[in-house]
Write a protein that binds this ligand. Structure first.
Ligand code: ATP
Ligand code: MG
Length: 778
């Protein structure tokens, strides 16, 4: 069995798989099989007698871990694979922290605060400290705290470091340290850890307790890390500590794909690996199996522009493949239509499923225009990132009740649900409770439990309401001891009045919310059943909540339904798709305007572009718009420098060069889909925003271009109301959906390839493919 799998590796890939012991590093370009090597290596170790129990594999997403596990299970058997510890740093170490929590003074049922919770808490602290939230912006403050934690700068370390304090004072936030202190105290009091704590506290645990360290060193004798280039300092220290005894550590990564520096990822972790361990074996993989020659070579030309990089060769024996298509559009909504149109076309022509396509963008905001266009074409899609299912209001409300049952000290959960549904416990009361809780260094729930003994000047009605709430949560806790998570969750939605509240709201949104809650209950049921199957245990609510807290929506992707994937490039790391659209390739958007200050920032953007392009297996598209709706305003845009940086021999420019010196500059009004209101267009001259000359010179002749873009395919149904052959004549005056009125100057081509040259009153001369152009003769 194993032999058969080893044969699916080339020689260079086999070497790190066959080296069983010692520190090793595989540094190689995108698509060269790093993840495959890691997977096979685990199977190989197990095949050679290493107990699954002694192997730890750290991946970028839990989904990647699950996929890896199922591949390994296919080779070594699922019973064997079951005991492997695999997952993200956060999920693996959250489990260890639960086991060891008491050593750090935490309850083992500690809550994991998500970003929403953390930001809310920081806002509250800023308010309590009477600071200006325009200077102390909660999200930015959380970012600072996060970067301290990931560099292992505790509150104490912060106050011992005059430079850090000075830096914060210089940026007009002299009270940063106090906020940090309060935040940490409040989290601790609430029995809660935020995401960064999961790493920070693990470090603390391993540093402070040599016996604990020894225990896990002994347990994890073989450690593997994927995407090593994006580990931060805190993660690096954990790996180093755990692998210190046996030194059986294998990390794989690609410095050219390091894209999380803004979150503290440290490329030096790769560069210093050789210094950290003795006798490090370094392996290089050079053959890319993922992409066509065109894509691999184009990607090489991009990354070559970066000065800071390790020298690497990436080549492929794959077919040459089509050139990368570059498409220009006038607006972001037109860009969306192009993407949707191409997907529609390709699906028809090549009989492809939706799942073969991905649309990648720099910022989440860009998804809207793409979504609108896909919807209009009835193409199912799924957005990854953004707000996950578990962060939707109604879902989080239910989850917060459940969190409170597990950990009544969880203040963020309590504040969220104490008066939802409405039960007459007002803001003033909650404020009084918070102040008392801070004063007595207790949780709000504890204060409520003892409300009769504390004088908060509450009337007896309010006190009764608080009693009722406490008793309700306690009654849930009793149920939790006897029933499974599904039973409890369903009971909670009814008993709290949550579901009735939503049902009262008969609007479509209200109905959708009820459905979402049902979906959540289904999820809990699945989990409960799954648990019963595994160990016969009652489905534990606490475990479900932990899964949820650390789930990204990439993790929830069961791959069951066939949809086009929409996501940011950051999320796409490690993934692959046959057809990839990289949209919004415009200056100030990609590269981001925020990254143009230093060379290293620009280089990180370029690596991001490299990651994006190397996701494509067969065909890549680069699209840009000349104007885009950003921050509620229509903004002019220039094509991204990254397009120019690719050797043009790998590119095919889809649009004809502009045939007129005029182009319309849309004024502010756009409809909800971002379409230009044509009555508000005006001619503008001279053209400041035309693409750079070089790009136009590189463009092939328009007619050749169009033919290549849309080959005649009579079997493909026409996807629009476009005019067929014969209905249009030279001299006709037509009305176009977007360009307005124009005169037909010329007609050429036949069948599906027939196009018209039209001189529009606004926008100049355009060549339009009649199959798609929405024209009316007037
Ligand atoms: P990235 O840098 O994007 O994470 P990677 O180096 O981890 O990429 P993999 O995802 O492991 O690369 O592999 C890329 C693709 O090539 C996968 O589809 C994988 O199955 C395939 N592949 C890798 N090695 C081989 C091989 N020896 N023979 C055939 N296919 C291979
Ligand atoms: Mg990989």
């Amino acid at each position: 069995m194993l032999e058969q799998y080893l044969n699916q590796l080339n020689e260079a890939q086999r070497a790190p798989v066959l080296q069983k012991d010692g520190p090793m590093m595989v540094i190689a370009g995108a698509g060269s099989g790093k993840t495959r090597v890691l997977t096979m290596r685990i199977a190989y170790l197990m095949h050679h007698g290493v107990d699954a129990f002694n192997i730890l594999a750290l991946t970028f997403t839990n989904k990647a871990a699950r996929e890896m596990k199922s591949r390994i299970a296919a080779i070594v058997g699922s019973n064997e694979a079951k005991n492997l510890w695999m997952g993200t740093f956060h999920s693996v170490f959250a489990k260890i922290l639960r086991i060891e929590a008491d050593k750090l003074g935490y309850p083992s049922n500690f809550t994991i605060y998500d970003t929403q919770d953390a930001v809310r808490l920081i806002s509250a602290i800023i308010k309590e400290m009477q600071l200006d939230k325009d200077i102390y912006k909660p999200k930015q403050i959380l970012g600072r705290i996060s970067s301290y934690k990931n560099s292992l700068i505790t509150v104490k370390a912060y106050f011992n470091n005059p430079e850090l304090q000075e830096a914060d004072a210089m940026s007009k936030r002299p009270r940063m340290g106090e906020i940090y202190q309060n935040y940490v105290d409040r989290c601790f009091k609430a029995g809660a850890m935020d995401f960064d704590d999961l790493l920070l506290k693990t470090n603390e645990l391993l540093n402070r307790f040599p016996d604990v360290l020894a225990k896990y060193q002994d347990r994890f004798r073989y450690i593997m890390v994927d995407e090593y280039q994006d580990t931060n300092h805190s993660q690096y220290l954990i790996v180093r500590a755990l692998s210190d005894r046996f030194q059986n550590i294998c990390v794989v990564g690609d410095d050219a794909q390091s894209i999380y520096a803004f979150r503290g990822a440290n490329i030096n972790n790769i560069l210093n690996f050789q210094k950290d361990y003795d006798r490090v074996q370094t392996y290089r993989l050079e053959q890319n199996y993922r992409s066509t020659k065109n894509i691999v070579e184009a990607a090489n030309t991009i990354i070559d522009k970066n000065k800071t990089k390790l020298d690497k060769v990436v080549w492929t024996a794959n077919e040459l493949g089509p050139k990368i298509k570059v498409h220009r559009s006038l607006t972001d909504s037109e860009e969306g239509r192009y993407v949707a149109g191409e997907i529609f076309e390709m699906k028809m022509r090549e009989q492809l499923t939706n799942g073969k396509f991905a649309v990648l963008y720099r910022t989440n905001a860009q998804s809207r225009a793409i979504e609108d266009a896909l919807r209009k074409r009835d193409i199912p899609y799924r957005i990854y990132g953004g707000l996950s299912f578990y962060q939707r209001k109604e879902i989080k409300d239910v989850l917060c009740y459940l969190r409170l049952i597990i950990n009544p000290k969880d203040e963020e959960a309590l504040i969220r649900v104490i008066n939802y549904p409405h039960r007459g416990i007002g803001d003033t009361t909650v404020e009084k409770l918070t102040i008392a809780a801070n004063h007595y260094k207790r949780s709000i729930f504890e204060v409520m439990e003892h409300i009769d003994k504390i004088d908060l000047k509450l009337n007896s009605g309010t006190k009764n309401k608080l009693h009722d709430f406490v008793n309700m949560i306690k009654s849930f806790q009793i149920i939790n001891e006897n029933q499974d998570a599904f039973y409890l969750a369903e009971h909670v939605t009814k008993k709290t009045g949550l579901i009735q509240e939503l049902k009262k709201d008969g609007t479509p949104e209200g109905v959708a919310r009820v459905e979402n809650i049902e979906e959540l209950l289904n999820g809990i049921k699945d989990f409960t059943e799954g648990q019963k199957e595994v160990d016969g245990a009652r489905g534990a609510l606490a475990e479900f909540l932990e899964d949820v807290a650390l789930a990204t929506d990439l993790d929830n992707d069961t791959g069951d339904d066939d949809r086009v994937a929409l996501m940011t490039i950051h999320l796409a790391k490690g993934l692959e798709f046959p057809y990839v659209f990289i949209v919004g390739l415009e200056e100030d958007l990609f590269p981001s305007a925020l990254s143009l200050n230093t060379r290293s920032e620009l280089e990180e953007e370029r690596r991001l572009f490299y990651v994006a392009l190397t996701r494509a297996e067969h065909q890549a598209y680069l699209t840009y718009a000349q104007s885009r709706y950003r921050w509620g305003k229509l903004t002019d845009a220039e094509p991204s420098r990254f397009i120019e940086e690719i050797d043009p021999q790998y590119l095919e420019f889809v649009n004809p060069a502009e045939t007129t010196g005029y182009r319309y500059k849309p004024m502010i009004d756009m409809d909800i889909f971002g379409d230009v209101d044509k009555t508000k267009l005006r001619l503008q001259k001279p053209v400041s925003g035309t693409p750079p000359r070089r790009m136009q010179e590189d463009e092939p002749a328009p007619s050749a271009n169009i033919r290549r873009l849309k080959p005649v395919n009579t079997s493909a149904p026409s996807s629009s109301t476009g005019l067929g052959d014969g209905k249009l004549a030279i001299g006709n005056i037509v009305l176009h959906e977007r360009f307005g009125k124009g005169e037909v100057l010329n007609l050429e081509g036949i069948g599906g390839d027939r196009k018209a040259e039209i001189k529009f009153d606004v926008g100049g001369i355009k060549k339009l493919l009649l199959r798609f152009a929405k024209l009316d003769v007037i």
